[in-house]
Design a protein around this ligand. Structure first.
Ligand code: GTP
Length: 349
């Protein structure tokens, strides 16, 4: 079976990180974010994955290439202008034959993809949507179904009282070719707002499968941090690399230098250099090439490659983009999300 993964969005909610790196390439504990999706597809028996690209596609293509190092055949389709979540699938239709998975490229989920495709076959659906119950569906697309799982209605970001359903569209679908035929070509089309409502009213063959598997949309800074926490806590998968001590992960197995106080869980990328007299963790993630100077403290933070944290500096509850410099003695404001090459100065007394 094939899969189309949507990776073309600009990722505006993750700015400024996504000015330099497209969201699907955001690092996540040993592989770029979509590496986790591709791996789950591969494990479910998908042999060919089509990446539907638009924003900063070169970064994705140069990393994944033809997919041979990742166990799948990878193909790319490109849009000049964003075509939306259905238009992007339509743009890939010439590469697709038969029943196909379609995945949002920013969802990390433990859903059983094989079970989803089996349910799809059982109900003779034209489209099967993975859904999940959430406490507050007001920020999501809610999927109303009958007791057989047949989808009756889609309600985007419902107002209080608009629906009693709490199952939301979880961003993984199984689609028949007829569903792809229903998408108009060469224009922007939303799968949630246009294609599914049309299929629901015209065919009554749209079904939902609700599960309570692990699920997170990593599109916001808080959820990107949460995804790191969940993997560090083994709530989804485990980080790639070696667990060199309980809860301490190293991409390349390098031991912790002497004199560093490491409080797990912690993840250290390849070539990270940490001086003695530092405190790292808990929930500190330092990607490759980062340097941390003596007396510095890093906790509850994601530090992208090649950052420098100066003597006595502190970083808590923050995300630092590529090559950020935290000057000696500086404290990064908790909650900060810093873009490439930003510099945090020490306050002058
Ligand atoms: P925000 O700007 O922060 O909302 O993020 P986003 O641009 O990724 O949009 P959204 O989260 O709604 O997108 C859901 C998924 O669809 C993501 O995996 C996007 O990469 C993808 N996507 C959204 N719009 C397009 C598009 O026009 N073309 C393609 N190829 N993918 C898209």
């Amino acid at each position: 079976m094939q899969a189309v993964v949507l990776v073309g969005g600009e990722g505006t909610r993750l700015r400024p990180l996504t000015y330099a790196v497209p969201k699907p390439m955001a690092p996540l504990l040993g592989r770029p974010f979509i590496g986790w999706i591709i791996e789950r597809l591969r494990a479910a028996g998908v042999v060919e994955v089509i990446l539907s690209c638009c924003y900063l596609p070169e970064a994705i293509e140069s990393y994944f290439g033809d997919g041979r190092n990742f166990g799948v055949d990878l193909h790319y389709v490109f849009e000049e202008e964003p075509l939306g979540t259905a238009g992007a699938v339509k743009n890939a239709v010439h590469k697709v034959s038969g029943t196909t998975y379609v995945c949002n490229g920013d969802i990390l989920t433990g859903v059983d993809l094989v079970a989803l495709r089996e349910a799809h076959a059982r109900t003779h659906a034209i489209a099967t949507i993975h859904t999940r119950a959430v406490e507050d569906p007001s920020q999501f697309g809610v999927v109303e179904t009958d007791t057989n799982g047949r989808v009756l209605r889609f309600v985007e970001k419902p107002q209080p009282g608009e629906t009693s359903a709490i199952d939301i569209n979880a961003g993984t679908y199984v689609l028949e070719p007829e569903a792809l035929d229903a998408i108009p070509p060469e224009r922007k089309v939303s799968i949630e707002r246009e294609t599914f409502p049309k299929l629901i009213s015209e065919t009554e063959r749209v079904f939902a499968v609700s599960t309570n598997d692990y699920w997170i949309d990593v599109g916001r800074p808080s959820t990107y941090i949460q995804a790191h926490r969940d993997i560090l806590d083994s709530a989804f998968e485990r980080p790639l690399g070696e667990e060199i001590a309980k809860g301490i992960w190293s991409a390349d197995g390098t031991p912790i230098p002497r004199g560093v106080d490491v409080i797990g869980p912690v993840y250290l990328g390849a070539g990270v250099r940490i001086e003695a007299g530092t405190t790292i963790g808990p929930y500190a993630v330092l990607y490759e090439g980062c340097r941390v100077s003596a007396g510095a403290h890093v906790s509850s933070s994601i530090i992208w490659p090649e950052c420098f944290i100066g003597h006595g500096a502190s970083v808590r509850d923050a995300i630092l983009g590529l090559e950020v410099v935290v000057e000696p003695g500086a404290a990064v404001e908790p909650g900060s999300v810093l873009g490439r090459d930003e510099r945090v100065h020490a306050r002058t007394p």
